[in-house]
Design a protein around this ligand. Structure first.
Ligand code: PEP
Ligand code: MN
Length: 355
């Protein structure tokens, strides 16, 4: 197996264990991965845990281990900070970059305190998305750092906590980092597939998706012996698994000017289909408006649950014959129906005012 970063050369690579457990553990992981030249070696020093009885990291002692790792393996090191005291300690120990955890991004008070404690520093800061799928909160955290004069701010997509996360620990909701990229094209956004996956077996495929959508790098949890890891044991990759993941990754070009002409032709077709979809949606809304008038005159409620249930199951059944995913059709029709209910509700309210 090749042990180079191969196609990942233009991407940001952060790797290392979930938590710093001992100097020997950090040393073993650093020894195993230093030949891959990660941009940063990661390890959590203060761990945000759900229950206080769980391992909460060793604290400042581990900052000393990280500064030794930095020298011994010529690796830049990074860790998570959640308050100004953490920031101060990290700066004192020469930590090269910091990341803000998902639970901290969620809290604007904490973000403001951290941003203020960083004023005048030029250390790179990686901001994980908040646990809930709230893009504005993520943007707000980034803006607070920009306002404090930090120039090297990066984003980390680590998945979102929904009621149902399917097979993953957290749901990727790729459209959120894509939207962040649309709003801030020059912001580097990397992906943390480990915390999305929750299980090591999903990490490679999530990493590939992150590369396929053009994200700017990866933060991956790696442990020399994941089975005995004190935190996130199931999702950490062994050194061998990490090397094989990097070897298997296919990195595509992202520049628009290298597109083959055939793509442009097909894109024109897509544009036409999309316009037809918009026309059909507009027709559908017009019909829905007519129905609203009749409902009003006949004093029938806007929502007819049985009709909605039948409509959705019919559309799913039909989409099955076309090989379209049920989940996709369900989501689209939920949106279409929501809009229909909104339009009908508006019409009934308007006629009420005119009475
Ligand atoms: C971590 O990276 O170890 C971590 C705690 O991440 P998150 O804040 O994404 O849960
Ligand atoms: Mn972790």
């Amino acid at each position: 197996m090749k042990t180079s970063r191969s196609g990942l050369t233009n991407k940001i690579l952060i790797a290392g264990p979930c938590s710093a457990e001992s100097f020997e553990q950090l040393d073993a992981v650093a020894e195993g991965i230093s030949s891959l030249s990660p941009n940063y070696f990661r390890a959590g020093v203060w761990k945000p845990r759900t229950r206080p009885s769980e391992f909460e990291g060793v604290g400042t002692l581990a900052l000393d281990w990280l500064s030794q790792i930095k020298k011994k393996h010529s690796l830049k090191v990074c860790t998570e900070v959640a308050n100004p005291n953490h920031v101060e300690q990290c700066l004192k120990y020469g930590i090269d970059a910091l990341w803000i955890g998902a639970r901290t991004t969620t809290n604007p008070f904490s973000m403001q305190d951290i941003a203020e404690s960083l004023k005048g520093e030029q250390i790179p800061i990686f901001v994980k998305n908040p646990l809930n799928p709230d893009l504005k909160l993520w943007i707000g955290a980034i803006e607070r750092l920009h306002q404090a004069g930090i120039e090297n701010v990066y984003a980390i997509h680590r998945g979102f906590s929904l009621t149902d996360n399917g097979c993953y620990r957290q749901t990727p909701l790729w459209q959120i980092p894509i939207e962040l990229k649309r709003i801030f094209p020059s912001l580097n956004i990397i992906c943390d597939p480990s915390h999305i996956a929750g299980k090591s077996e999903f990490v490679e495929s999530l990493s590939q998706t992150a590369m396929n959508i053009g994200l700017d790098g990866l933060m991956i949890e790696v442990h020399h012996n994941p089975q005995i890891a004190k935190t996130d044991a199931k999702q950490q990759l062994s050194i061998h698994q990490f090397k094989s993941l990097l070897n298997n990754l296919i990195i595509s070009k992202t520049e628009e000017n290298v597109l083959p002409e055939k793509i442009n032709i097909l894109r024109k077709e897509i544009d036409e289909i999309d316009n037809k979809l918009i026309e059909l949606l507009s027709e559908r809304i017009n019909v829905s408006t007519k129905i609203a008038q009749i409902k009003k005159e006949s004093n029938i409620s806007v929502l007819q649950v049985n009709r909605w249930k039948k409509l959705l199951s019919d559309r799913i059944e039909y989409s099955n014959t076309k090989g379209i995913s049920e989940e996709f059709i369900k989501e689209i029709f939920e949106l279409i129906h929501e809009e229909s209910v909104r339009v009908q509700d508006e019409i009934i309210k308007k006629t009420k005012k005119n009475r």
